[in-house]
Design a protein around this ligand. Structure first.
Ligand code: ZN
Length: 198
C-alpha cells in the first residue's frame, strides 16, 4: 500500500531514482520541496531544465559545459600537448581542485565494461583518437582503478602507443575500486606525480 498519494508519491519516486538518494532521503527532500515557497521551487525546476538544455560537450575535450569550449580548453596558458584522460566531468573537477595540473583533459563519459555491454564505441574514444592527430606529447590515463577503469586504460594504451605518443598511467595510491572524485587532493597529486609509462 502506498503511504502517500499521487503527486507526493511521484516526487518521492523521482528523487529516489537519483544516485545516492535512498528512500528515506527522497521522502525528506520531497516534503522539504513541498514546504518551500513557490518561487524557490520554480527556481529549482527552471534551473534543472535550463541546465539540461544548455549543457553540452566541449568540442575539444568532451567535458560538460555550456560554452563551445570549456574553461580549461579555452585557456591558452594550459599545456595543450598534455592530455589527461578521465572517466567523467567529476573526475576532471577533482584534478582541477588540486590546482597543480597544467595540461588539458579528455573526458570519456564512462569506461569499457564488457559485462555491462559498454564497448569502446560507447565512450568518447574516437574523439580522443582524433585529438591525437595534433601535437600531443603525453597522454596520462587517469581512469579509476576499478576493473572497468583498468580495462579502459589498457585498451587506450594499446591503441595509441603505436603512434609513438608517450602514454602514462597514474600511480596506485588511488585505492582499488576507488572513484577519483572521492579521493583527497594529496593522494591525487601523488598518483599524478608517480605516474608510470605504459
Ligand atoms: Zn574542454
Amino acid at each position: 500500500m502506498d503511504l502517500y498519494t499521487g503527486d507526493i508519491n511521484q516526487l518521492i519516486t523521482e528523487l529516489g531514482a537519483l544516485p545516492g538518494i535512498g528512500s528515506k532521503t527522497a521522502e525528506r527532500m520531497a516534503f522539504h520541496i513541498i514546504n518551500l515557497p513557490h518561487d524557490r521551487v520554480k527556481r529549482l525546476s527552471d534551473i534543472i531544465i535550463r541546465a539540461k538544455e544548455n549543457v553540452k560537450y566541449c568540442k575539444e575535450c568532451c567535458t560538460l559545459t555550456d560554452q563551445e569550449l570549456c574553461p580549461v580548453c579555452a585557456n591558452q596558458k594550459r599545456d595543450h600537448h598534455m592530455i589527461m584522460v578521465v572517466e567523467n566531468t567529476r573526475d576532471l573537477a577533482a584534478y582541477e581542485k588540486t590546482g597543480k595540473y597544467e595540461g588539458v583533459y579528455h573526458v570519456l563519459h564512462g569506461a569499457i565494461s564488457p559485462m555491462n555491454g559498454i564497448g569502446p564505441a560507447d565512450i568518447k574514444l574516437k574523439e580522443l583518437i582524433a585529438r591525437l592527430e595534433g601535437d600531443v606529447n603525453e597522454v596520462i590515463i587517469a581512469t579509476n582503478s576499478s576493473l572497468e577503469g583498468e580495462t579502459t586504460a589498457m585498451y587506450i594504451s594499446k591503441l595509441i602507443k603505436p603512434a609513438g605518443i608517450k602514454v602514462t598511467r597514474i600511480a596506485s595510491g588511488v585505492p582499488v575500486g576507488g572513484d577519483l572524485e572521492n579521493i583527497d587532493e594529496v593522494t591525487l597529486l601523488r598518483a599524478f606525480e608517480g605516474r608510470i609509462e605504459l
